[in-house]
Design a protein around this ligand. Structure first.
Ligand code: NAP
Length: 289
């Protein structure tokens, strides 16, 4: 039976996720802060809502996929927030990358409203969102996850239940701290071999295929060598994740030099005017030619 699903946030990720839900035959309502972004989804059969609360009215499931804690707070609990329109027993899913402290606060609000809450941050990027191959790091109670699972399965091919709300954010931030550090480290290495006059393709291939290589380094090598910075994952969002990650490490008593150093690289790139470019562009301010 077709499910009534609202999706809040039609950025790079939310757009692909909404499209997958439409392809699955669900009745999809979409909302985005900048309304123009919804046009292609409306053409594909989605209803466009005027606000999060409008989107959530009558929905069985509401999914948020927005930039950060502030955006999540606004779409769920703000003056036009979705939670106010959700009946008891409905399911709220937040797939944004958030700080676990905020996720725990949100879980309390959802519980007070009688709504099932599933935090489900994702790994995978634009291509995986469009292809329905995202992987979800879930924090929730088992009953809520059981209700959300058919919707998650329409958008991805891997659901891992890590514990209560907040657990998904912990693993997601650990994931992105590692990823951000690797991207920044490879950017420095590539800028170094270029500055010293080595054949950059040859050097990059030796690095990516050697011990320091990883799937992330391989992806970045392709983009940095081609100077292809079409957005998959934006520089300010990686800086945000490294900031949340640094604070989380500190809260666990772990002093992080690495997350902070990598974050400084992404902030530098943002200040250089690369805020609407892919994370691979972090190499540009380091390059001498
Ligand atoms: P994006 O393209 O920058 O889209 C961000 C979305 O958040 C847009 O819909 C934006 O609305 C909305 N937004 C920002 N501030 C808002 C606010 N105050 N109130 C309401 N809406 C607000 O980002 P994305 O790549 O889709 O990422 C979405 C989330 O997924 C982020 O938490 C990101 O860290 C995470 N993530 C991204 C990737 C990736 O590879 N891209 C992978 C995994 C996880 P406007 O259009 O109006 O600006």
């Amino acid at each position: 039976m077709s499910k009534k699903i609202a999706i809040l946030g039609l950025g790079i990720m939310g757009m692909g996720m909404a499209r997958r839900l439409l392809q699955a035959g669900d009745a999809v309502t979409v909302w985005n802060r900048s309304p123009a972004r919804a046009a292609s989804l409306v053409e594909a059969g989605a209803r466009q809502a005027e606000s999060p609360v409008d989107a959530a009215t009558g929905a069985d499931y509401v999914i948020a996929m927005v930039a950060d804690n502030d955006a999540s707070r606004s779409v769920w609990l703000g003056p036009q927030g979705a939670l106010a329109a959700m009946a008891r027993g409905k399911v709220a899913i937040d797939s944004s990358t958030l700080d676990p402290g905020w996720v725990e606060t949100l879980a309390v609000e959802m519980k007070a409203a009688g709504v099932h809450f599933v935090e489900a941050p994702v790994t995978g990027s634009k291509v995986q969102a469009e292809g329905g191959t995202l992987r979800f790091f879930v924090g929730s109670d088992p009953e809520s996850l059981a209700l959300a699972r058919p919707v998650l399965d329409s958008m991805g091919n891997g659901v891992t239940h890590l514990g209560p709300a907040g657990s998904g954010a912990v693993l997601k931030l650990a994931n992105n701290v590692m990823a951000g550090i690797q991207v920044a480290a490879f950017a420095e290495a590539l800028a170094l071999v270029e500055a010293k006059g080595l054949d950059r393709e040859q050097a990059a291939n030796l690095l990516r295929n050697g011990a320091p290589g990883s799937p992330m380094v391989g992806l970045m090598a392709d983009r940095m060598l081609a100077r292809n910075y079409d957005p998959n994952f934006l520089i300010p969002l990686m800086a945000k994740d490294l900031g949340y990650g640094e604070a989380l490490l500190a809260s666990a008593g772990i002093r992080s030099g690495l997350a902070a150093a990598a974050r400084a690289r992404f902030l530098e790139a943002e200040q250089a005017g690369l805020g609407d470019r892919d994370i691979a562009a972090v190499v540009e301010p380091l390059r001498q030619s």
